[in-house]
Design a protein around this ligand. Structure first.
Ligand code: PLP
Length: 383
């Protein structure tokens, strides 16, 4: 069987996975006995707690939850916040807005600080708001805002949130496993991510990293049976890895393999270094080809990068996308309001050499450029 892919995914998930991760899905697994629960699920849960905090992994637990990442976000918000709780959402993009929409849909009193898609959260305003409104019990923010690729200043936000004694929750969907962090050191109480982002598994479940002392207080909070993270946690603890409802066995197997490969690569620091090198080469190459980044470089994560569309009347994203796909690269449309743009992800089973090949391919796909333009051919020669 040929496990090669016709293209690599330069997207924020699902993303390109290794052939060995995909291979792990080629058999069926029982779920009732210890082979699966103790042998696969429990080590994953323990491994995630260690990834989340090298200093105090024992203070945290990992609750795995079926569904795409958003299901886990909804599970975290709905389970962590009690009736009568009040949430402050720091939003600067699509995913921050989604946090607010989830909370409001669940009937949670919600306040939104929207700093706009191109600016980090306003830390002074956060400090003031929490000082003026002691009834705010919880604060949530996106770690890497995948809309733009902005890396939000978690440590600064955490410090302020903790000074005011609030529970701090983080949507680290597109950063966890790819950007070093220690939830215990930062004071994060709940963090959510999913199988198919920086740990490089396939889609099908997400996970909530929870401070045990806080999760213990969450019994009966949930507004949903299937997304009750407390109940799921109790089920997994008492059943030694047993999921309450049908577990995505193949996906979990692939994830176990992905965790192993993360470790073999050298853990989160090594992965961060690879993603950073991918992103540096991407930006350098794209800028040489005349593309402009949406964000200033210093606000950028190594996860995904937004570029302005070329200012050419003939440019059409769909056509550019199709040409690149034929050459073996799948890119992603832009999402920033009012800016015509596209995005290129640098996470997954993707290496600096792949980025070099991508830049060469993009150089060849600029059908909207005048091919006789001496400047662009000279620029191409530099790549
Ligand atoms: C990918 C992502 C999610 C979850 O998206 P799903 O499509 O539900 O998997 C949530 N937040 C951020 C920041 C993300 O990048």
């Amino acid at each position: 069987m040929n496990l090669d892919n016709p293209y690599i995914l330069l997207t924020p998930g699902p993303l390109s996975t290794s052939p060995t991760v995909r291979q792990a899905m080629l058999r069926d697994w029982c779920t009732w006995d210890d082979d699966y629960n103790l042998g696969v699920v429990t080590p994953i849960r323990e491994g995630l707690a260690k990834l989340a905090s090298a200093t105090r992994p024992g203070d945290y637990t990992a609750v795995l939850m079926q569904g795409s990442g958003t299901f886990s976000v909804e599970s975290m918000i709905g389970t962590a916040i009690p009736r009568g709780g009040k949430l402050l959402v720091l939003a600067n993009g699509e995913y921050g807005n989604r946090l607010a929409r989830i909370a409001m849909t669940l009937g949670i009193e919600t306040l939104v600080h929207d700093s706009g898609e191109l600016a980090p959260p306003d830390l002074n305003r956060l400090d003031e708001e929490l000082g003026e409104h002691p009834d705010i019990s919880h604060v949530v923010v996106v770690h890497n805002e995948t809309t733009t690729g902005m890396l939000n200043p978690l440590a600064d936000i955490a410090r302020i949130v903790k000074e005011h004694g609030c529970i701090f929750m983080v949507d680290s969907m597109s950063a966890f496993g790819g950007i070093p962090l220690d939830v215990a050191e930062l004071g994060i109480d709940f963090l959510v991510s999913s199988a198919n982002k920086c740990i490089q598994g396939v889609p099908g479940f997400g996970f909530i990293i929870a401070r045990i002392a806080e999760l213990e207080k969450c019994k009966g909070n949930a507004r949903s049976v299937s997304l009750d993270a407390y109940d799921q946690w109790q089920g997994m603890e008492k059943g030694h890895g047993k999921w309450r409802f049908t577990s995505p066995t193949h996906v979990v197997r692939a994830f176990a393999q992905a965790m192993k490969e993360l470790d073999e690569e050298g853990g989160v620091p090594a992965r961060f270094a690879r993603y950073s090198e991918n992103q540096r080469r991407l930006v350098r190459g794209m800028e040489r080809l005349g593309f402009r980044c949406i964000l200033p470089h210093e606000l950028h994560s190594p996860i995904i990068t937004g570029f302005h569309d070329p200012e050419a009347p003939d440019y059409d994203f769909r056509k550019f996308y199709d040409l690149l796909k034929e050459k073996g690269f799948v890119i992603y449309p832009g999402k920033v309001t009012g800016i015509d743009s596209f995005r290129i992800g640098t996470i997954g089973h993707v290496f600096p050499e792949d980025i070099d090949r991508l830049i060469a391919a993009i150089g060849e796909c600029r059908y909207w450029e005048d091919s006789a333009d001496p400047i662009s051919s000279e620029l191409e020669a530099c790549v």
